[in-house]
Design a protein. Structure first.
Length: 100
């Protein structure tokens, strides 16, 4: 039986990296928006002093699939920032985001 996808709002938190830094808020917002668009999702981010809180909205068949897409969106954005010329911490590995 086929069930229509439901809308899920998934919270993904990004903590400081090993050097104690967070990505540039503007650069992260642009990269996250592009990553969400590529996965047919949307994202809203709040930048705090010690973390970035992201709410990723996804249409998916179940919660597990929605969490997978949300984590991929944030990971893609962080990977894009690390790979960009002059991007913050291009030499360090970014810790994985945590989904709640």
């Amino acid at each position: 039986m086929y069930e229509l996808p439901s809308r899920y709002d998934v919270t993904v938190t990004v903590s400081r990296d090993q050097d104690g830094q967070l990505p540039d808020p503007v650069a992260f917002a642009v990269a996250a928006d592009e990553a969400a668009w590529r996965r047919s999702a949307s994202i809203v981010s709040a930048h705090m002093d010690d973390r970035i809180i992201n709410i990723v909205t996804v249409h998916a068949p179940d919660r597990y699939a929605a969490v997978t897409v949300a984590r991929a969106v944030v990971s893609d954005a962080l990977r894009h920032l690390a790979a960009s010329p002059g991007g913050a911490h291009a030499e360090t590995e970014t810790p994985p985001p945590s989904a709640a």
